[in-house]
Each structure stands twice: as structure tokens, then as C-alpha cells.
Design a protein. Structure first.
Length: 161
């Protein structure tokens, strides 16, 4: 594993120069936008889907959860791939009044589902798949409640050694 590239654009250039032969963890939204032409031309192949949910847009590509044997395996995968489940979340500081949190969440979902916003995103070929604030909060709460053995297995799995 080679680390140190600052983002997918640098990795894409390194692949083109032959410095690298693959990438791990490329978000589907990036594949559909920035890497669209490379993928369509067959310049790289997807070997495995990561993240919590299988994408209907990648039929026939194995999913990492296909390789889990136990509920604990799935919990470990949830910790490792959890950030992908949340995408790019927004957060507010502690002690924000519940009615303000509700208003912010409602405004975000209204913006994300606004027809004009959706049309502009489609025109720019930007993937928009919002997750509700309630779902993100539930996920974060569940991850923070992970049992110690699950946390230790996840740490071991992502350790560079």
C-alpha cells in the first residue's frame, strides 16, 4: 500500500504515469464524475464494493459484506467503512436546541430534494443521495457503542503493520 497522495486527482495521475496499479476506496460519486471516462473506457476495473450498502449501479461486483461470516464481522466492517455510509456530513456544536436541529435538518433535506438543485446536479453529473440527520445520528451513536473486541479487530485490520 502506497500512501501520501493527497486526493483522487493525484492518484489518477499516478495511475496514468504507471506509478500505481490500483486504488482502494474510490467513492461511487467520484467514479461517476471525475473518473467517468476512465471507467467507461475500461482503463480500470472494480474488484470489490466497499461501504455498507451494495450499489445497484455496480451489478456483478462482489461486496465486502459478502465475505463476513458473523455479526461481529459486520460490526467490524461497519466501523471501517462507516464514513462512507455518512458521506460528507454536516455537524452542529453541542447543546443546539432540538427545534434548531430539526429546522437545520429539514432545510438540508429540502435543499437536497429541491427540483432546481437536482436538475443542476444532474446537468453537472454530480451524485446527490442525501442521508437524513436522524439516520446519521443513529449510525454515529451505534458506532460509538461498538464493543471493545470489535473496535480492537477494526484497529488491527486497518493497521499499516
Amino acid at each position: 500500500m502506497i500512501q501520501g497522495y493527497r486526493g483522487s486527482a493525484e492518484i489518477r495521475l499516478a495511475l496514468a504515469r504507471g506509478e500505481l496499479h490500483g486504488i482502494c476506496g474510490l467513492p461511487l460519486s467520484t467514479l461517476k464524475t471525475e473518473w467517468r471516462d476512465d471507467f467507461a473506457a475500461g482503463r480500470f476495473k472494480i474488484l470489490l464494493q466497499l461501504g455498507r450498502e451494495r450499489s445497484a449501479e455496480l451489478p456483478g461486483i462482489p461486496h465486502v459484506y459478502d465475505y463476513s461470516r458473523t455479526a461481529e464481522d459486520r460490526q467490524v466492517f461497519d466501523l471501517i467503512f462507516g464514513l462512507q455510509a455518512m458521506g460528507r456530513p454536516f455537524a452542529a456544536p453541542p447543546n443546539v436546541p432540538a427545534e434548531r436541529v430539526a429546522a437545520l435538518r429539514a432545510a438540508f433535506m429540502a435543499m437536497a430534494n429541491d427540483p432546481a438543485f437536482r436538475a443542476e446536479a444532474a446537468k453537472l453529473q454530480i451524485d446527490v443521495s442525501p442521508t437524513s440527520g436522524e439516520a446519521v445520528q443513529e449510525f454515529v451513536t451505534r458506532m460509538y457503542g461498538s464493543p471493545k473486541p470489535v473496535i480492537e479487530r477494526a484497529k488491527e485490520a486497518i493497521s499499516p503493520n
